[in-house]
Write a protein of this length. Sequence first.
Length: 126
Amino acid sequence: MKLDKNGWGTMEMLLLSGGLLLALIVAIFFIFQLYGSLGGAVGNKQYIDLENSLEEAANRYIEDKNVAVNGEYKISYETLNSNGYITRLKDIDGNDCTGYVRITNVDSINHYAAYISCKNYQTLNY
């Protein structure tokens, strides 16, 4: 690279810009390799939606059956499914999932926490 009193030339600037662009493309490639595809974030949202639907089904079950929750109560996915409160839990690949909902009563308020287990995903502390 020749530097003189006029600064950088057009050719030097194009080469430097091209090198920076190539480095950016390589960095993006490795980021995708590290984190998978962008579909991973969508897939996690899908599992969260499954957990939410399981919580909603448990809430309807508790209200319809007038179940008194003292302390902690667990309802399995199989119980909710067999009573018609939820359909089959399937992940984005069509694999069946299973799970349960833990209901804790604190100050006369029920708190619902769903836990699911699928082929490629499992809720933390399942």
